[in-house]
Design a protein around this ligand. Structure first.
Ligand code: FMN
Length: 196
């Protein structure tokens, strides 16, 4: 690997602090190519991972399976809200069609691992997701994470083949941002850093 130049490092720092989530409504085609998706996952596995447990996996929901996910979202909505209107159900289903790339982030935490705590594994999963978001940004795409009630729903978990020992942490949605200007980030670290 070539060593990074000073300007590469400055660009990386800028990418990290300026990254903003883009709403799924503002993410359109084209999305990342299969090779770019692999690049995002390579970045994910570069996250610090105590004992290399790989406590997270990623499930891409292809365009031709979005209807199946929509059905699960609708069933889940009906289950948790039996009084939901047709409009509510339609809106719940529409979430399955958000963004050209939709990825389920699945936690597979070893709860009884003798050496690696649950929080270590959660940290790995979070860092993996962030590495993916940053790689998406570096590739020129907008992205965001969405969880919500459907993530914990039995119907949605079943549809995606998520095991009882696993959790659906969130969906990552990636695509071309229609935002004309990226929202500036106000960096405020008050209360975050102290000397012991
Ligand atoms: C795991 C996870 C799930 C999230 N789920 C939602 C969600 O369902 N709805 C939502 O509005 N924001 C959700 N967020 C927050 C947004 O993705 C976003 O991070 C937040 O609005 C801050 O914006 P920023 O990323 O531009 O700083 C989630 C964040 C994380 C880390």
């Amino acid at each position: 690997m070539q060593s990074s130049t000073v300007s590469d490092k400055a660009a990386l720092r800028d990418l990290v602090v300026s990254r903003r989530s883009v709403s799924p409504k503002r993410l359109i085609a084209p999305g990342p190519t299969p090779a770019e998706v692999e690049e995002m996952v390579r970045a994910a596995v570069a996250a610090p991972d105590h004992k290399g447990l790989r406590p997270v996996r990623f499930v891409v929901i292809p365009t031709d399976r979005r209807h199946d996910l929509a059905r699960a979202f609708i069933d889940a909505k009906r289950e948790r809200d039996p009084a939901a209107s047709e409009d509510d159900l339609r809106r719940a289903g529409e979430k399955a069609f958000r963004g050209p790339l939709l990825i389920a982030i699945v936690l597979r935490i070893e709860r009884d691992h003798p050496r690696v705590s649950v929080s270590d594994q959660m940290m790995t999963a979070g860092a993996a997701a962030q590495n993916m978001l940053l790689t998406a940004a570096a590739l020129g795409y907008g992205a965001c994470l969405r969880s919500g009630a459907s993530a914990t729903s039995r119907k949605v978990r079943q549809a995606l083949g998520i095991a009882a020992s696993e959790e659906l942490a969130a969906f990552m949605i990636v695509g071309t941002s229609t935002e004309t200007t990226q929202r500036a980030r106000v960096i405020d670290i008050s209360g975050m850093l102290e000397n012991w």
